[in-house]
Design a protein around this ligand. Structure first.
Ligand SMILES: Nc1nc2c(ncn2[C@@H]2O[C@H](COP(=O)(O)OP(=O)(O)O)[C@@H](O)[C@H]2O)c(=O)[nH]1
Ligand SMILES: [Mg+2]
Length: 208
């Protein structure tokens, strides 16, 4: 299983664009505001204040990049916290801006290896969640679903909610990981998944 030895905030963007360290493998987190993207990054890296978390849906929508395992060991990668959605009542202009950012990122990112699409294990995925999956399928980006906040449900309740998530998003049960940033359920499995994703990244930039 891979270890996260170092984790640091790299930069934020309000619009996708070129940045230093671009060319490292990237793994991105997508999902509704408040679903637990920042908490997952913090719990995965065991750094409680790396990514800013909040019980209030974020007002500023940014792409946040975190640099993981930077150094000579060549297992470095970028974790990318994508702007959350879940603002069906938000002004059209704001929705358009979100869509432009997401499309800009998904089409512009040079080495996006995988997207973790987070959904709350307690709720049926929304139309916006389905739209996010449609984006990922449209751009042919490998993804898996992470059912977050697992600590809020009993084991029996969890096993009832996973099929609902699978059905709504048209994914298979083995494409869904159960996770909790509170009690670290699923953390080891997620690290193994990341290791598997990164092990397919042996091609260097000039070969692409
Ligand atoms: N119980 C529980 N609460 C969580 C979990 N993950 C996130 N939260 C809470 O959900 C709220 C939103 O989390 P945040 O990480 O900021 O969501 P983001 O908007 O997707 O980045 C915060 O109050 C977190 O403490 C989890 O696994 N379990
Ligand atoms: Mg966040």
């Amino acid at each position: 299983m891979m270890t996260i030895r170092r984790a640091e905030f790299l930069l934020s963007q309000s619009k996708f664009g070129a940045f230093p360290k671009q060319g490292m493998p990237e793994i991105a987190m997508a999902g509704k505001s408040n679903v637990g993207k920042s908490s997952l990054i913090n719990s995965l890296c065991r750094r409680s204040k790396l990514a800013r978390t909040s019980s209030e849906p974020g007002k500023t929508r940014l792409i946040n990049y975190y640099l993981i395992n930077d150094g000579p060991q060549e297992d470095g990668f970028l974790l990318v916290d994508l702007p959350g959605y879940g603002f069906a009542r938000a002004p059209k202009g704001e929705q358009r801006k979100w869509a432009d950012m997401i499309e800009g990122y998904l089409t512009g990112s040079r080495r996006l290896m995988h997207v973790f699409h987070l959904v709350d294990i307690r709720h049926e995925p929304t139309q916006e969640d389905q739209m996010m999956v449609a984006y990922l399928r449209h751009y042919d980006i490998p993804f898996s679903v992470i059912a977050t906040k697992a600590d809020k449900l009993s084991k029996a309740q969890r096993s009832r909610s996973i099929p609902v998530i699978c059905r709504t998003l048209a994914v298979q049960p083995w494409e869904v990981l159960t996770y909790s940033s509170e009690d670290l359920t699923g953390r080891d499995a997620l690290l193994e998944k990341i290791e598997a994703i990164l092990s397919t990244t042996t091609i260097t930039d000039d070969e692409i």
